[in-house]
Design a binder for this molecule. Structure first.
Ligand SMILES: [Zn+2]
Length: 381
């Protein structure tokens, strides 16, 4: 447990967050103050959507397909990213305890952190990820493993990361830290990227299910005669709503290109986004029937389409919501933390698991550091 003596703005710990999805790893660092406020550390002038900030900007590293299917290579890549983030934190915040957290597009055993299965990260199926990752960091740095599987970075050792599901991390961040965090309510997060990640939040806590596998909404069957999914079923929801599905509908090379062109007014791309939105809404109606949430929060890269996606989704949700006119409609909005919520959540959960409560995300300037180097010093590249 951390010593939280000192003023509210005194830094007490730092965390590295890595968000490992199909196609890319996003990584960033945060510093936690004694008052429980998280703030970003890479001062770039970029603020999060919704006005939260400052500078919660993650570096993004593309993952080659052969690395996704090679677990050792994927762990080594993550270790290399973590090492770079560590050296940046070390030079700017010498002596501050550091933990690291990894969120992964995989079904994670809540007790051990082992990945049970992953449709998109073939190399990370059935692996003891916390041990894999700390060993990869030890191999890379020549440091010994942290004694007793310690999560905290004791000087001169390779600590064990906290590992959680990526959608659970994003939901934790949206429920606890986003500007729209609504206190105790019932929220469903749907994150649309390579696949669909999902999570249910009740009273501020992510409900991960009995085996850590709740919220795999992307693999609800929407069309039993549809195409084969990497999960082993056919016609899963994510095959109709994912980034690839959107790009294929528009005949573009990527979802990002499709969304950019749709926002610029391209008719075919707008139609593809609207069609994807209708499939999204159809699935939300099923989720509402089962879970009865107050609100849906839509995250992931595809959410960048904003109202072009959400408008058709709401219409379809209203059309198919069982008992539609006689019950309250759940709201549907875009995730406030956008694409950053996965790594921010991984870092925040890692801090909490190591005994540092996280209460809020800074909306002002960063924490004031009383030692050397002076405030404003940029982290080492
Ligand atoms: Zn599936």
């Amino acid at each position: 447990m951390a010593d939280v003596a000192g003023t509210e703005s005194t830094p007490v710990a730092a965390a590295i967050g890595l968000d490992v999805g199909g196609g890319a790893v996003k990584a960033g660092t945060v510093v936690l103050t004694a008052g429980g406020t998280l703030t970003g550390t890479a001062v770039t002038g970029t603020t999060l959507p919704g006005g939260a900030g400052p500078a919660m900007e993650a570096a993004e590293t593309r993952i080659e397909h052969q690395v996704e299917s090679d677990g050792n290579a994927l762990s080594a890549l993550c270790a290399a990213i973590a090492r770079d983030q560590y050296s940046g934190l070390r030079s700017r915040w010498p002596g501050l305890p550091v933990v690291w957290g990894v969120s992964a597009a995989a079904w994670i055993d809540p007790h051990s952190g082992r990945s049970v299965f992953s449709p998109h990260l073939g190399g990370w199926r059935n692996r003891a990820l916390p041990q894999d990752l700390s060993r990869a960091l030890a191999d890379l740095t020549g440091l010994p493993l942290a004694p007793g599987g310690s999560r905290e970075h004791a000087s001169g050792t390779a600590p064990v990361p906290s590992v959680i599901n990526d959608a659970d991390a994003a939901a934790w961040a949206e429920a606890r830290l986003a500007s729209t965090a609504a206190g105790p309510d019932r929220m469903v997060l749907v994150a649309i990227g390579t696949g669909i990640g999902g999570a249910l939040v009740r009273d501020g806590a992510v409900d991960i299910g009995e085996h850590g596998m709740a919220g795999e909404f992307g693999h609800m069957t929407m069309d039993p005669s549809g195409p084969l999914c990497p999960c082993g079923n056919t016609g899963c929801w994510e095959l109709l709503v994912s980034a690839d599905a959107l790009a294929a509908r528009a005949g573009r090379t990527s979802a990002r290109a499709t969304i950019d062109d749709a926002l610029d007014g391209d008719r075919a791309c707008r139609d593809a986004v609207a069609c994807t939105g209708r499939w999204l809404g159809r699935g939300l109606a099923t989720l509402a029937a089962v879970l009865d949430p107050v609100r849906f929060v839509i995250g992931g890269g595809v959410a960048a389409a904003g109202e072009l996606l959400l408008g058709p989704a709401r219409e379809e949700l209203a059309r198919h919501l069982p008992g539609g006119r006689r019950r309250p409609m759940p709201s549907v909005s875009v995730a406030t933390l956008g694409n950053q919520s996965g790594w921010v959540g991984a870092a925040g959960v890692a801090l909490e698991r190591a005994g540092w409560p996280v209460r809020a995300l800074s909306t002002g300037s960063g924490p004031h550091w009383r030692g050397s180097p002076p405030p404003g010093t940029r982290p080492a590249p």
